[in-house]
Ligand binder design. Structure first.
Ligand code: ASP
Length: 586
């Protein structure tokens, strides 16, 4: 008999004899009558075995996660025994014949349980964890979004072309994973941080529209929710300007999120980097939070606080942010918030609160009575609200307010339901790196400066804007890209500004500079962080929940034990010695 899907049976099937093969999801013994749920990828179906049935002997032995083949007759469940939560909840299999296909030890992760074990156990037994309905759903959506990507881009005339995994390091600002060459002692390949230079070369080669679903590797200290290897939807186009790339990316985004049932109205909202920083204190603002930073420079002269005067004398800004309901925060709670903004050089969070008995808070005394009303109005304060007011150099002040904006959103549950997409454009081309003691590229060195700023490159490199853009979803960067430099002299100029000598530039990027001598088309592109996008579409708490076999925050694969020691023979073949062998951190 042909195998059918457990999740497909409906009342219309009543009377049919069917064969299902799948896992025992759950067994229940109701006074000798055994009920078991059989699970396969399509869903779950209940089967019933009475003590008098021939199958009773085998049925009594069944345990969770054994695989069985069941032949049975579909029948309607009795009134009161129906389960409206299950698509198959109106039917069950009776009169069953059973055959054990595969036995199971007691599983450390039980797919039928709502008690999800620790992540370490889940990752160690990932093959079991992946049997859980949530993980099956996440990876199924991942697949669907992937297929939608291919359909959309193929229909748009894009070619999916593969680029090497063993390559030479491309600078995306992270450390490379290196692979020693056996055939060339002492030489190393790098795993790609992104296919950036190859996709640009494919434009020089005349393919005009390229995409790739591609694994990228970055050897970072894994802060937050990152993986050392991750998947990008990588896109590059020739003879385009920024508008063309944004509109392609918007169309693609709409098609992808539709797989999760989201509807997207186009065009998407846009903010320049300068606006995003001034209004939200972030280059990836979460627009579900209805708070905006307010410029308070008009109040600078009237505020009687030395830190305000000295910040402004030094060319700084004065800005504030409302905390709706914030008058309920105690001084201790304000002090706790200050821990989050210490890194911006602030020791405390100066604040005012509009309480029943008037203005309170650490800054209240600095506000002369004559300015109180106007200040409260500028900040949008109503009774019961508070606001923080910060003075200082522009960037750290904005960033600190951006952090507090999210902290207020968390504390007072301010995020509106739904999802908010926004483009952030006109990023600075370069930023100062204290570590390097020089300007470094903000995106990567192949990003085209805004044409109107090119003349200022040498004089004011940090003021130059780039034709670079990020797509932000609910405070997460989900895609980023730029128009590229395709003119050799300009590319050489940028390398010079970044402190690369002509010789170094030739050594590292000679192949790109050479390519630009032979008819390079104007081009640009974008890359979507696929794991993060799918995570947001699934509503999953971590990208690990949308990757079949992820690594821990320390970069360990708990399933296989990678990274692991290798034999001396392997090291010798690779001409390698290990300096100090250390117990690997798990
Ligand atoms: N290569 C860039 C990145 O990985 C994306 C791009 O510029 O297209 O972030």
């Amino acid at each position: 008999m042909k195998r059918e899907s457990a999740g497909s049976l409906r009342p219309a099937d009543a009377g049919r004899r069917v064969r299902l093969v799948g896992w025992i999801h759950r067994v229940r013994d109701h006074g000798g009558v055994l009920f078991f749920d059989l699970r396969d990828r399509s869903g779950i179906c209940q089967a019933v075995v009475s003590p008098s049935d021939a199958a009773a002997g085998i049925a009594g032995k069944l345990r969770a996660e054994w695989i069985v083949a069941v032949e049975g007759t579909v029948r309607l469940r009795q009134e009161g025994a129906r389960n409206p939560k299950l698509p198959t909840g109106d039917v069950e299999l009776g009169d069953v014949a059973l055959e054990v296909v595969s036995e199971s030890d007691a599983p450390p992760v039980l797919p039928s349980s709502t008690d999800v074990p620790d992540e370490a156990v889940r990752l160690r037994y990932r093959f079991l964890d992946l049997r859980r309905e949530e993980m099956q759903r996440n990876l199924t959506l991942r697949h669907r979004v992937l297929q939608a990507t291919r359909r959309y881009l193929d229909a748009g005339g894009f070619l999916e072309l593969e680029t090497p995994m063993l390559t030479r390091s491309t600078p995306e600002g992270s450390r490379d994973f290196l692979v020693p060459s056996r055939l060339q002692p002492g030489a190393f390949y790098a795993l790609p941080q992104s296919p950036q230079l190859f996709k640009q070369l494919l434009m020089v080669s005349g393919f005009e529209r390229y995409f790739q679903v591609v694994r990228c590797f970055r050897d970072e200290d894994l802060r937050a929710d990152r993986q050392p290897e991750f998947t990008q939807i990588d896109i590059e186009m020739s003879f385009v300007d920024q508008e063309d790339v944004l509109s392609l990316a918007e169309g693609l985004t709409r098609a992808l999120v539709a797989e999760a049932g989201w509807e997207l109205a186009l065009p998407l909202q846009r903010l320049t980097y300068a606006e995003a920083m001034a209004r939200y204190g972030s280059d990836k603002p979460d627009l579900r939070v209805p708070l905006e930073i307010v410029d308070l420079s008009a109040f600078a002269a009237s505020l009687d606080a030395p830190f305000v005067q000295s910040a402004l004398a030094g060319g700084g800004v004065l800005r504030g942010l409302r905390a709706p309901g914030g008058a309920s925060l105690s001084r201790k709670q304000w002090d706790e918030l200050s821990g989050q903004i210490e890194r911006f050089g602030l020791r405390s969070v100066p604040y005012i609160a509009l309480a029943e008995d008037g203005l309170r808070g650490s800054l209240a005394k600095a506000v002369p009575p004559a300015s109180q009303e106007a200040l409260c109005q500028a900040l949008g304060l109503e009774q019961g609200d508070a606001a923080t007011i910060i003075a200082g150099p522009e960037e750290p002040t904005s960033l600190a307010l951006g952090v507090l904006r999210l902290a207020f959103a968390d504390r007072f549950s301010l995020r509106a339901p739904g999802h908010r997409f926004v483009w952030v454009t006109d990023f600075p081309l370069m930023e100062w790196s204290d570590e390097e003691g020089r300007a470094v590229s903000r995106h990567h060195p192949f990003t085209h400066p805004s044409p109107e700023d090119v003349d200022r490159l040498e004089a004011e490199p940090l003021a130059v804007r780039a034709q670079a853009y990020d797509l932000v979803l609910d405070g997460n960067e989900i895609a980023g890209g730029s128009i590229r430099i395709h003119e050799r002299p300009l590319q050489e100029r940028i390398f010079r500004l970044l402190g690369l000598s002509a010789q170094e530039a030739q050594e590292k990027f000679g192949f790109l500079l050479d390519a630009f001598r032979f008819g390079a088309p104007p081009h640009g592109g974008i890359a979507f962080g696929f794991d993060r996008l799918v995570m947001l579409l699934c509503g999953a708490p971590s990208i690990r929940d949308v990757i079949a076999f992820p690594k821990t925050a320390k970069g360990t694969d708990l399933l296989t034990g990678a990274p692991a020691d290798v034999s001396q023979v392997q090291l010798d073949e690779l001409h390698l010695g290990v300096k100090a062998a250390k117990e690997p951190e798990r």
